[in-house]
Ligand binder design. Structure first.
Ligand SMILES: *[C@@H]1O[C@H](CO)[C@@H](O)[C@H](O)[C@H]1NC(C)=O
Ligand SMILES: *[C@@H]1O[C@H](CO)[C@@H](O)[C@H](O)[C@H]1NC(C)=O
Ligand SMILES: *[C@@H]1O[C@H](CO)[C@@H](O)[C@H](O)[C@H]1NC(C)=O
Ligand SMILES: *[C@@H]1O[C@H](CO)[C@@H](O)[C@H](O)[C@H]1NC(C)=O
Ligand SMILES: *[C@@H]1O[C@H](CO)[C@@H](O)[C@H](O)[C@H]1NC(C)=O
Length: 385
C-alpha cells in the first residue's frame, strides 16, 4: 500500500518535472482594462454623447461606443477567453460587470492634462482617475455582491479580482499632448511612466496578479497625425509614416519596457506580458497589400485632407455639404474589411482582428507566451527547481 502510494507520487513528480514551464492554460474569469480609445468599449460615448453611424456598422450594426467600425482588440481578447465583451464602467445602462469592467476612455492620458475636452483637449479620465474608479468598483462591487438581490448578478465574484487579467493600452495621447503642446519628451515620458508604475503597483496591492500591457502603436502612421504638420518627403519613412512621431513612440516603448522589467522585479508575485503592438501595427501598415489590405495611410471613414482623407472639421459620422448636397462622412467607405485606418485615428475591425491574431499567440510578447498563458511568470533565471 505504502509502496504504491510512493510510486504514484513519483510518477506525478516526474510528470510535473517534465512539463514545460508554461503548460497549463490560465483561468481568467474576468478582464479589467485601463486605457484610451484603443480599448474604450463605451466610456467616453456614455459620458459625453454617443458616437454616430457609421461607427459600429460592420459588426454591431449600430454605434457601440467603440472608435471603430466593429470590434477592438480588447473585444477579441474577451472573446478568446470565453468572456462576454467588457462593459464600460462609465456606462450606467444595460451594463453587466460579472466578468470585468473597462475603465478606458477615448482621449485618456497617463498624466492628467489641463486642456478639457470642450477645449479640444483630453479626457478627464486620466490613468489616476481610472485607478480611483477601479478601486471604488472593487470595494463597492463586493458590498453589492454580498447584499445579493438583482445586482449581484451583474457584479464579479470577489476572487475574480485576483484571478483576472489586467490589461493596459495607454500612452498614445500623452505623446500627442507632448507634441501638440510643445512639451519636453525628456521630462514627460519618464513622469508618465512613473505614474504608470504607481497605478500597476496599486492594482497589485489590491490583488491583481496577471498584467497584459500593450506598448504604443506607430503614431506617425496615423492619418490624423500625418495631416498635422506639413511634412517633407525626407521626414517620411519607406512606409510613408512620419519618422519623428514614430521615434517618439519608440522612445516611449523603450522606457515602458524598462518600466515593466522593473515592475517584474518589484512585484514578484505578478506575471507581466508586454506586447509589442508597435511592431505588429507597423508590420501591417508596411505590408498592407501582402496581408490583404489596401491604402494603409488613408482614413476609410473621412473627408478631405488630401491623400489621407482626414480633416478634423469633417469627422467620421459628421455631415458635410458638398456642392449643395449634404453627405454623411463615411458613406464612401465601402470596404472597411480591406482597410486599416477607420477614421484617421483608429483602426478598423479588420485591422484589430489581424493584430489580435498576431499577438494572441505570443509571437510579439515578452515573454513569448500566448494570451491563454499570461498568468505565468517569466521563467526566473535563478530557477532553483
Ligand atoms: C496647462 O498647460 C499649459 C500648456 O502646456 C501650460 O502652459 C500651463 O502651465 C499648464 N497649467 C497648469 C496649471 O498645469
Ligand atoms: C450578466 O452576465 C452573466 C454572465 O454572462 C449572466 O449570467 C447574467 O445573467 C447577466 N446578468 C444580467 C442581468 O444580464
Ligand atoms: C516649441 O518649442 C520650440 C523649441 O523650444 C520653440 O522654438 C517653438 O517656438 C515652440 N512652439 C510653440 C508653438 O510654442
Ligand atoms: C524589451 O526589451 C527586451 C530586452 O531589452 C527585449 O528582448 C524585448 O523584446 C523588449 N520587449 C518589447 C515588447 O519590446
Ligand atoms: C463639386 O463641384 C466642383 C465644380 O463643379 C467639381 O469639380 C467637384 O468634383 C464637385 N465635387 C463633388 C464631390 O462632386
Amino acid at each position: 500500500m505504502k509502496l504504491q502510494l510512493l510510486s504514484f507520487l513519483s510518477v506525478d513528480l516526474l510528470l510535473l518535472l517534465s512539463v514545460p514551464v508554461f503548460s497549463s492554460p490560465c483561468h481568467f474569469p474576468a478582464v479589467f482594462n485601463l486605457g484610451d480609445s484603443n480599448s474604450d468599449t463605451g466610456g467616453l460615448s456614455a459620458t459625453f454623447g454617443p458616437l454616430t453611424y457609421p461607427y459600429g456598422e460592420t459588426f454591431f450594426r449600430k454605434p457601440a461606443g467603440r472608435y471603430s467600425d466593429g470590434r477592438l482588440i480588447i473585444d477579441f481578447i474577451a472573446e478568446s477567453l470565453g468572456l462576454p465583451y467588457i462593459s464600460a464602467y462609465l456606462d450606467s445602462m444595460g451594463t453587466n460587470f460579472s466578468h470585468g469592467a473597462n475603465f478606458a476612455t477615448a482621449l485618456s492620458t497617463i498624466l492628467p492634462q489641463n486642456i478639457t475636452l470642450s477645449q479640444g483637449g483630453y479626457s478627464p479620465f486620466s490613468l489616476d482617475v481610472q485607478l480611483k474608479q477601479f478601486s471604488q468598483f472593487k470595494s463597492r462591487s463586493r458590498m453589492i455582491y454580498n447584499e445579493g438581490g438583482v445586482y449581484k448578478d451583474v457584479m464579479p465574484k470577489e476572487e475574480y479580482f485576483s484571478q483576472a487579467l489586467y490589461t493596459f493600452d495607454i500612452g498614445q495621447n500623452d505623446l500627442t499632448a507632448l507634441y501638440f503642446l510643445n512639451k519636453s519628451a525628456e521630462e514627460c515620458i519618464p513622469n508618465a511612466l512613473k505614474e504608470f508604475s504607481k497605478v500597476v503597483e496599486s492594482i497589485y496591492k489590491r490583488g491583481g496578479r496577471s498584467f497584459w500591457i500593450h506598448n504604443t502603436g506607430p503614431l506617425g502612421c496615423l492619418p490624423y497625425v500625418l495631416v498635422q504638420l506639413p511634412l517633407e518627403a525626407s521626414e517620411l519613412d519607406s512606409a510613408g509614416c512620419a519618422i519623428r512621431y514614430n521615434n517618439l513612440a519608440q522612445k516611449f516603448n523603450r522606457l515602458l519596457n524598462d518600466t515593466v522589467t522593473q515592475l517584474r522585479k518589484d512585484l514578484s508575485l505578478a506575471a507581466f506580458t508586454l506586447v509589442d503592438i508597435y511592431s505588429v501595427k507597423y508590420l501591417l501598415i508596411s505590408q498592407a497589400r501582402k496581408q490583404g489590405f489596401k491604402l494603409p495611410l488613408r482614413a476609410c471613414c473621412g473627408h478631405g485632407g488630401g491623400m489621407y482623407n482626414y480633416n478634423s472639421n469633417f469627422r467620421c459620422g459628421d455631415t458635410v455639404k458638398v456642392n449643395g448636397t449634404t453627405i454623411l462622412v463615411g458613406k464612401s467607405c465601402k470596404n472597411p474589411w480591406k482597410r486599416i485606418s477607420w477614421d484617421g485615428a483608429h483602426y478598423t475591425e479588420a485591422a484589430n482582428r489581424w493584430v489580435f491574431h498576431q499577438i494572441s499567440r505570443g509571437a510579439f510578447s515578452d515573454p513569448a507566451i500566448p494570451l491563454s498563458m499570461a498568468c505565468h511568470r517569466k521563467t526566473p533565471t535563478n530557477d532553483a527547481c
